[in-house]
Ligand binder design. Structure first.
Ligand code: NAP
Length: 560
């Protein structure tokens, strides 16, 4: 049987089979990049693992987010698994920033190469996970009636996997085509001849808008808050550059893991040579800072936000960097009123996730594109054929695209009825915001691990770097427990409290709390405002996690 035949048999079996009380060593929730690598590592240790996945195949965020223009805004050579040298050597990325279809092909390739699908049950959403203190086991239940038990449960549910569906009056009455960026249909969608509306101007919309504008008869963008976006300067990867990069792949990976920043390595060597960088603006004239920024604006990519090291720390530096970008916007967008509306003024640059675009601002120079500023004129309601504004004006639409973001970081975990020791509910324990030790575990929830959970660098980092680190840490911990006869592990409450305070202290030392971002839960009405990711960088964080292990899993308690 060929590997693709084996794949489809695994998927078909997955669709019909149901787990009815089977017992495993570890149950994993989610088959995105975290769940896939977990399965591979657990199997490598001879453990029996079961993965449950809501989608019908692997890939997580790259399975769901198929909107036009979707691509990774981290560089392909860095945003990929490092655990297999054979994999990283044989796989060839075609562009500096891979498209969603290419990343999904990569996920499928990894699943086939490591024969992952036979242990994944697709099309099942985990609804409940409960710990039985006496048996020392988790019971996992799905919406398709599966029920399975294991001593360990690992949540690999993703940081941005639950769409945020805003309450916009009469949205359900829209009679045209309604699409959600994060639940895009698998069939091709044509905008040819259509009057299209897009609600939202975050990373997803900023990628989709230029592509939709090229096809649609007319595009109206409904913007509530403008975001800062920098050019991707995407293009095909030069084979010579790739060969040279691959020749030193271990060196680059080390640089990604141990660098002080977000897991993309030192800007001086990764991946475009340049410098001097990672210096603060202190002692530099504004003109010198601007010259450096301009250089990185032309190189492109999210690294731009790290060019001046104190951008997120120093208000005046931040003002200089933000002014630079606002000036770029005004230089690109010809209509002055549109340019003004596109210039962010409500938050310091970098305190909301920086967007990376291809011709986003240029798109507003097209005659078929109009920006509607919801700050001046909010949406009143949706009608069957368009959107009515507060001032009574009306935008006729055939198609509406919602790019309104996610219930980030805690959304997927809290949608599962997670019950820890003595039936304690995670929803209750996190009612005032997430509390976790290292973003890896929660006091009162024994043998539960959260991959890239709140309190870890996660969304402030190269997700692949952080996923691999958390998976390795978790699997090594399970291995350690088995070797030392421990059957139960959980964070000590005092250690967790200390960690939560530290995460807050780090965030408080930056301007990040002023962003009103999804990092803080500020995009979800009623969600507690807690800064969720750990902002001290992946290198620092890794050192802390390694030290915890070296000190006998300091801050965790074990029981036999
Ligand atoms: P987002 O950044 O949260 O943006 C959501 C947008 O929808 C915002 O502009 C928001 O406006 C708007 N919105 C929400 N509710 C609204 C309402 N009721 N009326 C009008 N506008 C409303 O979400 P996203 O664009 O999906 O991006 C989320 C994150 O996913 C990114 O920050 C990034 O981390 C990740 N992502 C990555 C990639 C990539 O790597 N290629 C691509 C896409 C996304 P307000 O700001 O005013 O709330």
């Amino acid at each position: 049987m060929s590997s693709s035949e084996r794949e489809s048999v695994a998927q078909r079996d997955s669709a019909v089979q149901r787990d009815t009380g089977q017992s495993f060593d570890v149950i994993v929730v989610g088959a995105g990049f975290a769940g896939m690598y977990l399965l591979h590592r657990l199997r490598g240790m001879g453990l029996r693992a079961r993965v449950y996945e809501a989608g019908n195949s692997v890939g997580g965020t790259w399975y769901w987010n198929r909107y036009p223009g979707a691509r990774c805004d981290a560089e392909s050579l860095a945003y990929s698994y490092s655990f297999s040298h054979e994999l990283e050597t044989e796989w060839n990325w075609s562009e500096r920033y891979a498209t969603q279809p290419e990343i999904l092909r990569y996920a499928e390739h990894v699943a086939a190469k490591f024969d992952l699908k036979r242990d994944i049950r697709f099309g099942r959403r985990v609804t409940r996970a409960s710990f039985d203190d006496r048996a020392g086991q988790w019971t996992i239940e799905t919406d398709r009636g599966d029920r399975a038990v294991a001593p360990f449960c690992v949540m690999a549910t993703g940081c941005l996997s639950v769409p945020q569906e805003p309450q916009i009056k009469d949205l359900d009455t829209f009679a045209g085509h309604l699409y959600w960026a994060s639940r895009w249909p698998h069939e091709p969608v044509s905008f040819e001849g259509q009057r299209v509306g897009v609600i939202g101007t975050g990373s997803s919309a900023i990628q989709a808008i230029p592509v939709i504008a090229q096809q649609a008869a007319h595009l109206t963008v409904f913007q509530r808050t403008p975001n800062f976006s920098v050019p991707a300067c995407n293009g095909p990867l030069d084979p010579k550059f790739v060969d040279a990069f691959k020749a030193n792949y271990p060196g680059h990976r080390k640089n990604h893991r141990l660098g002080m920043g977000a897991g993309f390595g030192d800007l001086q060597v990764e991946p475009h040579p340049g410098g001097p960088v990672l210096e603060t603006a202190a002692g530099k004239s504004e003109a010198d800072v601007r010259a450096l920024l301009d250089k990185y604006w032309r190189i492109g990519g999210a690294n731009f936000i790290g060019v001046i090291a104190d951008t997120i720390l120093n208000r005046e530096t931040n003002r200089v960097v933000a002014d630079f970008v606002r000036d770029k916007i005004r230089a690109i967008v010809k209509d002055a009123a549109t340019a003004d509306a596109l210039c962010p003024t409500s938050h310091p640059i970098g305190t909301k996730r920086i967007c990376v675009d291809s011709e986003y601002y240029e798109t507003y120079n097209r005659p078929n594109v109009k920006l509607v500023n919801l700050r001046d004129n909010p949406i009143e309601s949706v009608a069957a054929n368009g959107i009515r504004m507060h001032d009574g004006s009306f935008h006729g639409l055939d198609t509406l695209v919602m790019a309104t973001g996610f219930d980030a970081m805690t959304g997927a975990l809290l949608r599962i009825d997670v019950r820890g020791s003595a039936g304690k509910s995670l929803v209750d324990v996190w009612s005032a915001g997430p509390r976790s030790y290292l973003g890896l575990g929660v006091a009162g929830f024994p043998n539960l691990f959260t991959i890239t959970g709140p309190g870890s660098p996660s969304v402030l980092s190269n997700m692949l770097v952080s996923i691999e680190q958390h998976v390795d840490w978790t699997v090594d911990c399970i291995d350690y427990m088995r070797k030392h006869g421990h059957r139960r592990i959980e964070p000590v409450l005092a250690a967790q409290d200390e960690w939560v305070a530290h995460v807050n202290d780090v965030a408080n030392g930056t301007l990040m709390l002023e962003g009103g971002s999804w990092y803080l839960g500020a995009n979800i009405p009623g969600k507690p405002r807690v800064f969720m990711p750990y902002a001290a960088g992946v290198g620092t964080y890794r050192e802390i996690c390694d030290r915890v292990v070296a000190n006998g899993y300091q801050g965790f308690s074990f029981a036999s």
